[in-house]
Structures are given as C-alpha cells and as structure tokens.
Write a new protein. Structure first.
Lengths: 114, 111
C-alpha cells in the first residue's frame, strides 16, 4: 500500500538553528500539506501546496517557515530560525484531489528545540 | 469562525462493546468530514469519510452519522477491540484541502 514517508523521525536542534523536514508524498498525489501537533493537542494545519505554489497557509506559517518541492518526489518544510515553541510533531500529508479527498499522513517528525 | 470540536475527551469501554464518539462542528457550509485514528507516535490514519449529502455511511465495523440540523457528527465502532484504542479525531475538509481537526477523544478498550 502506498504511503507517505517522512525523515527524520526525530530531530533535535538548538534554538535559532535552521531545520529541514523531509517528506516523500504518495507518487500520484497532487496536493501536499504540512500539519503540526504540539504534545497533547490537536493537529493544526500549516500549509497546503499545489502546482509548486502555496495554496493556503495558516497564521502559524509565518516568514520563518517555507516549503519546497525541489524535485518530483520530495516535499520539504524549512524552519529558518527555530524557537522553543516550534517543538512539536510535524506531519506531512498528500491527497489526490483538493476537496472531498482523503489525505494520507506520514508517521511524523518529532522536532525538539532546545 | 470555523471550529470542529468534540463533546467527550475520553471514553473507556470493554472489549466487545460498541463505542460512540461524538463531534460538533460550527461551519454550516462544511460539506465533507473525515474521521481519523491516531495511535501513539503515529500519524493520523483515515477511518471513514462522509459528504454532507449523506446522513450515514458504513464501513467495516465503523459507521459515521451526520446530523446537519444540529451540526453533529458521530463515529460508531462495533465490537470494539483492544486494537481500537487510540485518539480519534473528526476533521472538516474545507478550502484547498485544508483539514480542520477537532480536539480528539481518547478511546481506551479494556480486555
């Protein structure tokens, strides 16, 4: 069964450092997303991406965040200067269609900012 | 603004019982809803979805009910098993595929 894969599974970084979280969406999917989940809280939308452009982003997704699809398979989330409050699980997801379409989630990357 | 929330944060059942997890949403324009299951340390896993032109949808051991009048969604799990223990989220699919998740209900199944 096709799946979304994320690397690394756990990333520890110092405050102020840049991190890049990587994702390989399902190969025939066209829509890509990043979500985050702070420990014990609900999953929150960060950004959606289609046709090499951001479709929508949340208030969380400020200038410190960026996304990129550098090639035909990878989808990355970059945080330029991490803050303690960026510590969370980050989930990548992909879907075949934009609306009324099941989104498949990866296993997540646990980001710990120290 | 939009919000999707859950009535009960925790639910404990005995193995073999039926479980019902509830969810309220506030955006009356929502037209597509999904239930996800999240096990510890894993990403959300799709369980079942329903469109707003339906009241009920059944899967294998799971049923989702949608009441648009009161903006309420429920997930019924038949013959609950220990492997069903997880956090269950309802989510609304809105603009550009964005999912708005509820707070989650922790389901614990006792053998």
């Amino acid at each position: 069964e096709p799946e979304v894969t994320q690397t690394p599974s756990h990333q520890v970084t110092q405050m102020g450092q840049e991190v890049i979280l990587r994702c390989v969406p399902i190969s025939n999917h066209l829509y890509f997303y990043w979500y985050r989940q702070i420990l014990g809280q609900k999953v929150e939308f960060l950004v959606s991406f289609y046709n090499n452009e951001i479709s929508e982003k949340s208030e969380i997704f400020d200038d410190q965040f960026s996304v990129e699809r550098p090639d035909g398979s990878n989808f990355t989330l970059k945080i330029r200067s991490t803050k303690l409050e960026d510590s969370a699980m980050y989930f990548c997801a992909s879907s075949l269609f934009m609306e009324r379409s099941e989104a498949f989630f990866g296993q997540g990357t646990r980001l710990t900012v120290v | 603004g939009e919000s999707v929330g859950l009535h009960l944060p925790t639910l404990s059942v005995q193995e073999g019982d039926n479980s019902i997890i509830n969810c309220a949403y506030s955006n009356s324009a929502s037209d597509y809803f999904i239930w996800y299951k999240q096990e510890s340390g894993k990403g959300p896993q799709f369980i079942i979805d329903i469109r707003s032109n339906m009241d009920k949808r059944q899967g294998q051991r799971v049923t989702v009910l949608l009441n648009k009048t009161v903006k309420h969604l429920s997930l019924q799990i038949a013959a609950t098993q220990p492997g069903d223990s997880a956090v269950y989220f309802c989510a609304e699919n809105s603009s550009y595929g964005k999912l708005t998740f509820g707070q989650g209900t922790i389901l614990t199944v006792h053998p």
